[in-house]
Design a protein around this ligand. Structure first.
Ligand code: FE2
Length: 247
């Protein structure tokens, strides 16, 4: 199966205005690119943008003709997402949105790091799922990275308590393929049996070396995840039509 992973859409929100990026136009171009691939599923891991564009977002996702899943990012509000029909209100528990689903025989976990820290109930749920199921591989989608990428974002924008989540996943003994965004760059990290993929954003990419956070390029992209004997991914980047690619 092939999954298209999109993240950090920032549709016409404060960041898009600040960076002067036409993020709805970027998303249309990404969806056009995704349309060239034979995908089975779409997953969007949060920071969607302005609620008034949720209808348009829903139409774009529906036009891909495959099932889609959305989880929230730190700039999203669950009630807006629910009102826009982007998430299933039945999966909101104690103010957090998380669930698991078997898709084509594979266990998918969708988690909520919106408040930048995972609630006790959500961690308990994950612990319980890990204790009761016996799958070898899991696919986990969450807005925030869990493993350290060694950047300024890890110092200033990291998920609080990520060590606890990382330990829980490692102790599960499973191969965890963890897909996230939030940091606005392309990165793959591995620790034990956790392989973490940070997917680039729909707005611009960030560099966070030498303790500074700054715009790297105005490229935007998504990740294709191919699942067969093993999991392989590729990132596809597009450049802005204006041709201006660095700040
Ligand atoms: Fe974020």
């Amino acid at each position: 199966m092939t999954i298209a992973h999109l993240t950090d859409l920032h549709l016409d929100d404060f960041l898009a205005r600040q960076c002067e990026v036409d993020t709805p136009a970027n998303l249309k171009r990404l969806m056009g690119e995704i349309g060239k691939h034979d995908i089975d599923l779409l997953v969007v891991t949060g920071d969607l943008g302005e609620e008034r564009l949720f209808g348009e977002l829903k139409n774009l996702l529906a036009a891909a003709g495959v099932p889609w899943h959305i989880i929230p990012g730190n700039h999203d509000r669950l009630k807006d997402l629910a009102r826009g029909g982007l998430i299933d209100p039945d999966c909101i528990k104690g103010g957090e949105y998380y669930y698991s689903e078997e898709i084509r025989g594979l266990p998918f976990y969708f988690m909520d790091s919106r408040s930048e820290i995972l609630g006790t109930a959500q961690l308990q749920w994950l612990r319980g799922k890990m204790a009761s199921a016996d799958e070898r591989e899991i696919l986990l989608f969450i807005h925030h990275p869990v493993l350290d990428c060694g950047t300024a974002m890890d110092q200033r924008m990291a998920l609080k308590g990520r060590e606890e989540l990382s330990a829980l996943l490692r102790e599960s003994g499973r191969n965890v393929h963890l897909f996230c965004g939030h940091y606005h760059f392309n990165d793959i990290k591995e620790k034990g049996k956790i392989r973490q993929y940070v997917t680039p954003s729909n707005i611009m990419q960030i560099r966070g070396d030498e303790g500074n956070i700054s715009i790297d390029t105005f490229d935007f992209g998504f990740r294709l995840i191919h699942i067969g004997e093993n999991v392989q991914t590729e990132v596809i980047m597009l450049t802005p039509e204006s041709g201006q690619n660095s700040p």
